[in-house]
Design a binder for this molecule. Structure first.
Ligand code: SF4
Ligand code: SF4
Length: 175
């Protein structure tokens, strides 16, 4: 018998919650001592022009302690996963790695609204917030299109160009 759509939703939510807990454990979020060093070094204020506490490591870690029912909060999509907070954390909290895995989990569970995907293969690329900042920085530069394709698709594209260049420069063989 097929599970009802309500049961399927509950199962998916339960799976997401379990996987988030695994990520919390693996990246030592429970070791946070709330010292605030992560907020002091986070570059988000430079990118977005304002400091918003609930986007930062300490706040996300703190909220996760009380449950995972805020996973549709857009505040979770501002972090650039730059690793600064991870580098300076005295407790070994690896927030960068957590956030990277966390977003992949969110995307795979249908939370796609805040995510930007490769225009060729559809793989997750980065948060839309990050894309908007990069677009503004690059303005009308010709290589702006690089923002819309994943590294693998870019590699495939340039490999095809290199192959065609190599083929056209090969000397023709006379009979
Ligand atoms: S630097 Fe580490 S221990 Fe300090 S508040 Fe941030 S995550 Fe917690
Ligand atoms: S990984 Fe995210 S939260 Fe940590 S410093 Fe970088 S932008 Fe800030």
């Amino acid at each position: 018998m097929q599970p009802s759509s309500e049961t399927a939703k509950e199962n998916a939510a339960g799976d997401l919650n379990d996987r988030i807990q695994e990520l919390i454990e693996a990246n030592h979020l429970h070791l946070c001592v709330e010292c605030g060093k992560c907020s002091a070094v986070c570059p988000m204020v430079n990118f977005y022009g304002e400091y918003v506490p609930n986007r930062c490591t300490r706040s996300v870690v703190e909220r996760l302690r009380f449950g995972t029912d805020f996973v549709d909060d857009e505040a979770l999509w501002y972090c650039w996963a730059c690793k600064e907070c991870t580098f300076f954390c005295p407790s070994g909290v690896d927030f960068q790695s957590f956030m990277t895995g966390f977003r992949l989990l969110l995307v795979s569970h249908g939370y796609r609204e805040q995510a930007h995907f490769c225009s060729v293969c559809g793989a997750y690329l980065m948060p839309k917030k990050q894309l908007e900042c990069l677009e503004a920085t690059m303005n009308d530069k010709p290589n702006k299109e690089l923002l819309y394709e994943c590294p693998k698709c870019k590699k495939d594209k340039y490999a095809a160009v290199l192959h065609s260049l190599a083929a056209s420069s090969r000397p023709s063989v006379r009979p």
